[in-house]
Design a protein around this ligand. Structure first.
Ligand code: SF4
Ligand code: SF4
Ligand code: SF4
Length: 155
């Protein structure tokens, strides 16, 4: 499956930044990637005139159920997370994609990372960028092995 970017999804959003969804359009696109929201959660997309955009977004996103597990084989249990951030700074993809993470800090909102802390809990924001999503890559389990609370495990 081709990796989606928030900019790719933003193209099909109304781009009004009306925040009726609780975010800017770019923020909404980011939450679409992590499957926290569905395209139908943008009320503007439900208005006449946006049906093609809505269909395109659903086509790009595909089925959302168990997406993280299907793509990465990781089971994320945010309720067990203490927000320590260890997984965020040991993930090699995060290190590659964020200078902030490379410096031992949390990623910026616009950094295209795999894992981030959101409201004090871990979130797998971009399953498709995880090394485990690429069968030709080595089998990474750094976040699983180093999480002190076992909030990340293998399915
Ligand atoms: S409700 Fe829709 S149009 Fe408004 S900010 Fe959110 S995504 Fe953009
Ligand atoms: S498995 Fe590896 S690449 Fe994937 S989120 Fe965990 S540390 Fe990052
Ligand atoms: S998932 Fe584990 S390592 Fe990552 S922030 Fe939560 S407790 Fe820390």
């Amino acid at each position: 499956m081709a990796k989606l970017s928030m900019y790719q999804l933003q193209k099909y959003l109304p781009k009004t930044d009306c925040k009726k969804c609780g975010f800017s359009c770019l923020g909404f696109a980011n939450h679409l990637i992590s499957r926290d929201v569905r395209p139908e959660d943008c009320p503007i997309l439900l208005e006449p005139g946006y049906s093609e955009s809505l269909a395109k977004l659903n086509e790009l996103l595909g089925p959302g159920l168990d997406f993280e597990k299907e793509v990465t084989g990781l089971l994320i249990e945010p309720e067990k997370c203490n927000g320590c951030g260890i997984c965020v700074v040991v993930c090699e993809i995060n290190l590659e994609k964020s200078q902030e993470v490379e410096s031992g800090r949390g990623p910026r909102f616009t950094d295209d990372v795999v894992l981030r802390i959101d409201n004090g809990r871990i979130k797998l924001v971009d399953p498709q960028s995880c090394r485990r999503a690429d069968p030709s890559d080595y089998i990474c389990r750094a976040c699983v092995e180093l999480c002190p609370t076992k909030a990340i495990s293998l399915v």
